[in-house]
Design a protein around this ligand. Structure first.
Ligand SMILES: NC(=O)c1ccc[n+]([C@@H]2O[C@H](COP(=O)([O-])OP(=O)(O)OC[C@H]3O[C@@H](n4cnc5c(N)ncnc54)[C@H](OP(=O)(O)O)[C@@H]3O)[C@@H](O)[C@H]2O)c1
Length: 320
């Protein structure tokens, strides 16, 4: 476990150097935190791929950002689309330095993905699990490459319902389903990192959470949106949410800071980790539960039918 960075060591986008020659894929980058992340990476010269479900929105975002930015159609609610996107990407970009699993949905009405998964678990976790597995061989070829997965403070209330992942036997609770999916983001990151390390890979898996951010994420909660714009509540709200550009710094630090190590988790340094500048933060004990991590990994491979090119086993030469 790492100590929180001291407040005085404020990490800003100014710390990001020249990224020319590097290629970054960001899911859900047409708006919100993903858009702001993509913008900074492109401003520093990276080749950036906006992997989005709506091509028109993605192309409009690419025009707004400018630079070496292209788009890729990716609907995380469809494993067919995820496979197609991975194929398209490897044709267009044989080198991949950064995969940022950012896209997410929060508290939509109960729904299922094309493959029958509960929508939030399917999009937020399983879609990204599949995409990462399908692109991992490309990342493994680039020393220092990273997989960054965006979780949430909401993971703290998360539980993994190993007996009913898809909410088929219990009453659907939207917030609990979101929390489950965001806990899964962390369980996945830590298990992935352990497997990468055991394989001797120079690719690392890192996680981040943005705190509270003014984005479209609350589109399914008109009440939250009303409270967020209420002038009387403004002093309280300002402690809980910040602009997406500032929120994107946690993702950017996880993606770029040379001192980041595999399994690190970044969040904002303010009260309750809601706002502020990125520092190391801790996730819950449950997110570090090895049995839960292993169980989720096996189940995710079974559900997505994506098998990773790395295993828990230490390579033979290290065992000797
Ligand atoms: N905002 C916050 O306060 C907050 C707090 C904690 C964690 N987070 C996390 O931060 C990440 C970014 O969220 P945000 O706040 O920037 O939200 P946002 O503005 O709603 O952006 C979410 C992005 O995900 C995309 N997306 C949704 N479903 C998808 C699918 N099936 N396939 C591909 N892309 C899909 C959206 O595309 P469309 O535009 O087409 O819908 C959009 O580009 C999420 O993982 C979220 O859980 C946010």
């Amino acid at each position: 476990m790492r100590q929180r960075t001291r407040m005085t060591e404020r990490w800003t986008a100014d710390k990001i150097g020249d990224l020319r020659g590097r290629t970054a894929v960001i899911t859900g980058a047409n708006t919100g935190i993903g858009f702001e992340t993509a913008k900074v990476l492109a401003e520093r010269g990276a080749t950036v791929v906006l992997a989005c479900r709506d091509t028109a929105k993605a192309e409009a975002a690419a025009v707004r950002i400018g630079g070496a930015v292209t788009t890729l159609r990716l609907d995380l609610a469809s494993l067919t689309s995820v496979r197609q996107a991975a194929d398209d990407l490897r044709t267009r970009h044989p080198r991949l330095d950064l995969l940022i699993n950012n896209a997410g949905i929060m508290i939509p009405p109960y729904g299922r993905t094309e493959d029958g998964f509960e929508l939030q678990f399917g999009v937020n976790h399983l879609g990204h699990f599949a995409l990462t597995g399908l692109l991992l061989d490309l990342l493994l070829e680039v020393p220092g490459s990273r997989i960054v997965t965006v979780s949430s403070n909401g993971h703290k209330r998360g539980d993994l319902h190993v007996d009913d992942l898809m909410w088929e036997r219990r009453k659907y609770r939207r917030m609990a389903a979101y929390a489950q999916s965001k806990l899964a983001n962390l369980l996945f990151t830590y298990e992935l990192q352990r497997r990468l390390a055991a394989t001797g890979a120079r690719t690392i898996a890192v996680a981040a959470h943005p705190g509270g951010s003014r984005t479209d994420l609350m589109r399914h909660s008109p009440l939250h949106n009303r409270l967020g714009t209420n002038r009387l509540l403004a002093p309280v709200v300002s402690k809980l949410v910040q602009d997406a550009r500032l929120s994107a710094l946690t993702t950017l630090r996880a993606a770029i800071d040379p001192s980041a190590r595999g399994g690190d988790y970044y969040g904002p340094d303010g009260w309750g980790e809601w706002t502020g500048f990125p520092v190391h933060v801790e996730s819950t004990a449950r997110s570090h539960d090895l049995d839960l991590q292993r169980w989720l990994w096996t189940e995710s491979e079974r559900l997505t039918r994506v098998t990773y090119p790395i295993s828990e086993q230490t390579p033979a030469k290290e065992q000797a």
